[in-house]
Design a protein around this ligand. Structure first.
Ligand code: HDE
Length: 724
């Protein structure tokens, strides 16, 4: 419900009745493997409703340590108290190392289903080709830079990691909400992460890249220019996880035995369209509600507005690998859709929140090396390194038996000769734990019977530390991206880079980065340089070739069927508001499945106009200080004598001005129009006359003199339509 081009109306029409929940009981279906507790996700605890120790002994007192007392004097603790020691010892060891990157995250369960078998021309993986399958998934969204306790709405890349529990084993797409990456080579990753993370001397800053070391690194590393443009664009501050695209980023392969191999990129397109916060709003939400994104995800799921994405692939036959002016294995480049169109394959739906954060979201472990038959790797040098790194990190984070944790277990049988190690849970009966063995226990499976098939490829060459020739070009695609943005998107990007470089106090850093920007676009470099006090370039560092690609702007993903489902709308009231209008607007909004919140001078009952103190009023969900305008998508102010009070309240005036500045839709009727016009003073806005029942929309401000049930719903559907 924002005006202008930053529409945040969303197209979801996904009611609970349309979506079945997939039950998800990873079990170890094998006669030879004994799993101590099969239904690992059974959290009902049976009929138990009492406290026990970890050994199952019922506890009579969990509040007092065992002590010696003579009735008047209470002596010191006894070491003997096995229950006290167990409780404290467990607590002492509650923390595990947080992820070295992507530490802050949120996850949810759901399912994936392909539309039909159209991908069978590329692969024989049933998860991508069998429409009768409903594959359970777990998705974890994350930020990259900040630690576990950092805020959700910081400017950063968002992780979008999906684990598919297929019948052939687990397949992970460990992706981001941006299609390219900062570096081409995995060996640079520790340098990149050290540069972006808080600086080593003082551990500053948290949850942002606005500091010398990050900009120093990317200034000396022009291959990062493309990704920097994306992160500084509105993509770096999504409105919701539900409104982000996802990208596998790396180039994978699909194949069928005997068929041609295809290079592929995976894309997730959100049904709701791609929407962002504005920067001022993101900054404020970081303080006002640091859990904004995780709450948004869980509330939407709880309300049955299940987030949905379409899985698309781009495929290039292996024979055409070298037909492009960029290297298709270079993760700092995307494949423009004009050259390689997207094919819609299937649908991902998230319909269940985790029940306990730690064993589900914190312990989930993704690995790019988790693939199933029919899906393979490419020689993308970033992917090659990732395949090593993720397994390695899970070993140090969760231990060698990380794959036995409930959230990481495949739903198909796991049978092999791996054994022992810390925290081994599985008990495998039998006398042999090696292959070959005389009993032929757990033999390998030939590809024809489902064994993993590695597509044969010829490799020859000279062993050396080298990158491909086309990897040397770094500026075409950042320029393509910049040229493809709408004017307001370009402005946001310039403002964001100016903000970040303003936080760098070393002139070497911001002057070097000005030169990088000048190789992307002359005007961009001049504007940023002038904002941050850098040396303003007098000629372009490189010609702008004027190429653009329509799918790079967020506008391209405007929802097909706009809707206000799950949008948060604040209705501002004080004593003396017009009750009929509030009922009318509320019921119109709620019948469109939006969420309304009454915001008043206090939490509790607010009395309508013309009513005595005892008359039935309306309960305010929050007071003006409790929930600021930043936490809502739109505001409505009804008419009534309450306007006198609202007009005297600086917080309310600021509330409305701020919402307008953040491009949100604002509705008002009757005397509230005068409040907007004369007190709040929204610049440039045209208002409807207070006596007219016509509706005027100007800069997203919707006003009408008289509002009733009928006009309220016409009004809402008009806003939905206009916001396309
Ligand atoms: Fe990661 N990355 N990464 N990364 N990454 C990790 O693995 C790494 C890269 C991404 O929700 C770590 O389990 C290397 C690209 C996501 O649990 C670690 C390189 C992309 C997540 C690691 C990259 C990603 C991670 C830290 C360069 C987008 C969170 C904890 C070669 C396609 C997954 C962990 C979750 C996490 C290494 C580059 C996405 C250290 C070495 C490119 C979404 O293993």
């Amino acid at each position: 419900m924002r005006h202008s081009d930053i529409c945040i109306l969303t197209p979801i029409k996904c009611r609970p009745s349309m979506v079945q929940t997939v039950t998800f009981p990873p079990s170890m279906a094998s006669a030879k493997v004994t799993d101590v507790k099969r239904d690992v996700f059974d959290t009902s605890q049976g009929e138990l409703n009492y406290l026990t120790s970890d050994q199952g002994v019922k506890i009579s007192d969990t509040d007092n340590w065992l002590k010696v007392s003579d009735g008047t004097h209470v002596g010191p603790h006894l070491l003997e108290d096995q229950l006290g020691r167990e409780k404290i010892m467990h607590f002492d060891h509650e923390r595990i190392p947080e992820r070295v990157v992507h530490a802050r995250g949120t996850g949810a369960y759901g399912y994936f289903k392909v539309y039909d078998d159209r991908a069978s021309k590329y692969t024989y993986a049933p998860v991508l080709t069998d429409p009768s399958r409903k594959t359970p998934v777990f998705v974890r969204f994350s930020t990259v830079q900040g630690s576990r306790g950092s805020a959700d709405t910081v400017r950063d890349v968002r992780g979008f990691a999906t684990k598919f529990y297929t019948q052939e084993g687990n397949w992970d797409i460990v992706g981001n909400n941006i299609p390219v990456f900062f570096i081409q080579e995995s060996i640079k990753f520790p340098d990149f992460v050290h540069a972006v993370k808080p600086e080593p001397n003082n551990e500053v800053p948290q949850g942002q890249s606005a500091h010398n070391n990050f900009w120093d690194f990317v200034g000396l590393q022009p291959e990062s220019a493309h990704m920097v443009m994306w992160v500084m664009s509105d993509r770096g501050i999504p409105r919701s996880f539900r409104m982000m695209q996802g990208f596998g980023v790396n180039t994978y392969t699909l194949h069928k035995p005997g068929g041609e191999q295809f290079f592929v990129k995976f894309h997730w397109i959100p049904e709701l369209g791609v929407h962002s916060l504005v920067w001022d709003e993101a900054l404020k939400i970081s303080g006002q509600d640091p859990d904004f994104h995780r709450k948004d995800l869980y509330e939407a799921i709880e309300n049955g507005a299940f987030p949905k994405w379409t899985l698309c692939i781009q495929a290039i036959p292996a024979s055409k690998e070298h037909d492009f002016d960029f290297d298709i294995l270079d993760a700092t480049k995307l494949w423009p859709e004009e050259l390689v169109p997207l094919e819609e394959i299937g649908e991902l739906v998230l319909d269940r929140a985790p029940e306990e954060f730690f064993p589900e979201v914190e312990q989930v472990a993704f690995c790019t090396s988790n693939v199933v038959p029919g899906i393979g790797f490419s020689d993308d040098p970033l992917l090659q390194g990732r395949n090593f790194s993720y397994l390695d990190t899970q070993l140090s984070r969760l231990g060698v038996n990380w794959q036995e944790l409930p959230i990481n277990r495949p739903i198909c049988p796991v049978l092999n000769h791996q054994r022992d190690g810390q925290m081994r849970h599985r008990i495998t009966a039998g006398t042999v734990n090696y292959w070959p063995n005389r009993q032929e226990i757990f033999p390998p499976v030939p590809p024809k019977q489902g064994g993993y098939y590695t597509y044969p490829s010829k490799i020859e060459g000279i062993k050396e530390r080298i990158r491909g020739e086309k990897f040397q070009e770094h500026y075409n695609q950042p320029q393509l991206f910049f040229n493809s943005l709408a004017p307001y998107e370009k402005k946001h990007l310039i403002d964001a880079i100016s903000f970040e470089l303003d936080h760098c106090d070393d002139p070497v850093v911001y002057q070097t980065y000005t030169k990088v920007l000048n190789c992307v676009d002359f005007e961009l470099a001049k504007k940023v340089a002038s904002n941050i006090g850098s040396i303003i370039p007098d000629k372009p560092g490189r010609e702008n070739r004027g190429k653009s690609s329509k799918s790079l702007s967020q506008l391209y993903y405007a929802p097909k069927n706009p809707t206000i489902v799950e949008r948060r709308i604040a209705i501002l009231v004080a004593d003396g508001f017009n009750l009929d209008e509030v009922h009318a607007v509320r019921s119109a909004l709620e019948s469109a499945d939006a969420r309304t919140f009454i915001i008043g001078p206090r939490r509790g009952e607010i009395h309508p106009s013309g009513a005595g103190r005892d008359a039935q009023g309306i309960e305010a969900d929050h007071h003006f200080e409790g929930q600021r305008s930043t936490l809502f998508d739109a505001l409505y102010i009804p008419s009534g004598q309450h306007i006198n009070q609202l007009a005297k309240n600086g917080r309310v005036v600021q509330y409305v001005r701020e919402a307008f500045g953040h491009c949100k839709s604002i509705g008002a009727s009757g005397i509230a129009i005068a409040f907007l016009r004369d007190i709040v003073g929204l610049p440039g806005v045209e208002f409807q006359h207070e006596d007219s029942s016509d509706v005027t929309t100007s800069y997203g401000v919707v006003t009408t003199g008289k509002l009733d049930v009928k006009s309220a719903s016409t009004h809402i559907s008009r806003i939905e339509h206009d916001s396309k």
